[in-house]
Design a protein around this ligand. Structure first.
Ligand code: PMP
Length: 423
């Protein structure tokens, strides 16, 4: 029932775009996995607060105090949204990429890191200063767990280790067996961070239930505007690490030593990693989006999105030239992210045609997950290709793919137009 979304409209629903064939059409935003349109409610909340915003934490004025309250309450809202443990910290960052780089900078000495090659580059690459074990793409969720267990089995459980895993793939949309992977990590004395950039906007994420140590996500994929993200979880590694950025806000006391140097006492709270003037509107808009999603209820959101997923997959299945990319097969639980290639078509040209002829915005490329897309396409791992658009010559295998993604606010008409256009 698409009426569930009348309570959760997004911005941009009535934007019209020109078509090369003449005339114009309402834009169908089907690239939510890159950035979802902001919820109208989030925009309204921000607009209502904007006249009152002030610099948080140190201002004595009324508006500074009000903003500090909103900023600190945003932390609580996010902690509730993620069902965090009582002593978890919520750190506001710029994005998922920023959150995972922050955690990478906070790893204890000699930390081992275990990561599947299937990760988005944001979760694949930040660990380059640690001892990293890259695991091959598994072909079933069970294989993922067995592969991680096998890799962890050989290690000395007394040393620190971190597993980094995505909750839902930004390429296949498939949901990973996070709880089982967390159990495997903990059984071997490792910790686990969940990249929930694609999962959190579509599914409830419970830190307690999944038993993950940290969660990272981005505001702009969770129906809030750009510029803010979250790292939430265990306080100890964060408290023991050097601040991510050095500066005001992170430091509690700075004194000049008698030898002329400077001594610093850093905060032990989340502020330790939030140096500089915090992005109070970013934090506030994430909190607003969290409230809007839980207000509508994930049960409703998931059911509605499943209908959209089924519609798109059924439509694509009717086109013999289309191959949908998948690791775990048709029965895997998934979010509204679907990648595919079309035989005889260059994926970049196909995506450009969807835009120019139908007003549909999708994405083409390797989706910042080069190893995974190459594995799924069966292409040469050395094949050149940027995040953008590597070309397949006539008769050659595709070197890139097309991705369609959607969620709250997507009307039936958008996915129907998409399916019709592909056909
Ligand atoms: N992880 C996943 C699974 C993603 O899909 C993305 C964004 N495509 C990121 C991390 C990075 O998010 P951001 O660009 O907001 O840092």
């Amino acid at each position: 029932d698409q009426s569930v979304y009348s309570s959760l409209p997004v911005l941009g629903g009535d934007v019209t775009v020109p078509l090369v064939t003449g005339g114009e059409v309402t834009y169908a935003a089907l690239d939510y996995a890159a950035s979802a349109p902001a919820l109208q409610r989030v925009w309204d909340d921000v607009a209502a607060y904007a006249p009152y915003y002030g610099s948080v934490h140190r201002g004595a004025g009324y508006l500074s105090q009000l903003s500090t309250d909103l900023f600190e309450n945003a932390r609580k809202t996010v902690a509730e949204f993620l069902d965090c443990r009582d002593d978890d910290q919520v750190v506001f960052t710029r994005s998922t990429t920023d959150s995972l780089n922050l955690l990478a900078a906070a790893l204890p000495a000699d930390c081992q890191v275990f990561v599947f090659e299937t990760e988005h580059h944001a979760s694949l690459l930040p660990w380059r200063d640690a001892r990293v074990t890259y695991l091959d793409a598994p072909r079933t969720p069970q294989e993922a767990v067995a592969s991680l267990e096998g890799a962890l089995a050989g290690r000395d459980p007394r040393g620190p280790a971190l597993v980094c895993v995505t909750g839902a793939s930004n390429v296949t949309g498939e949901i990973w067996p996070v709880r089982e992977l967390a159990a495997a990590a903990h059984a071997h004395g490792a910790r686990i961070v969940l990249d929930a950039a694609q999962l959190a906007p579509h599914h409830p994420v419970s830190v307690r239930e999944l038993d993950v140590d940290w969660v990272a996500f981005s505001g702009h994929k969770l129906y809030a505007p750009f510029g803010s993200g979250v790292l939430a979880g265990r306080a100890d590694w964060l408290r023991e690490a050097d601040p991510y950025l050095a500066g005001g806000g992170a430091s509690r006391k700075v004194t000049r030593r008698t030898d002329g140097g400077v001594d610093v006492e850093w905060h032990e709270t989340a502020a330790r990693h939030e140096a500089g003037s915090p992005n109070v509107i970013g934090a506030y808009s994430i909190a607003s989006a969290c409230k809007a999603l839980t207000g509508t209820g994930f049960e409703t959101l998931v059911a509605r999105e499943q209908y959209l997923i089924d519609t798109v997959r059924a439509g694509l299945a009717e086109v013999p030239e289309v191959r949908v990319l998948s690791l775990f097969g048709d029965d895997a639980p998934r979010v509204g992210v679907i990648s595919f290639v079309v035989e005889g078509w260059n994926s970049s040209h196909f995506a450009a045609a969807l835009s120019a002829e139908y007003g549909i915005g999708v994405r083409d490329g390797l989706f910042c997950a080069h190893p995974l897309v190459r594995t799924l396409l069966g292409s040469d791992p050395q094949a050149q290709g940027e995040c953008g658009a590597p070309e397949a010559g006539p008769g050659e295998r595709s070197l890139n793919a097309i991705r369609v993604s959607f969620g709250a606010g997507t009307p039936d008409e958008h996915v129907e137009r998409f399916v019709g256009a592909v056909k």
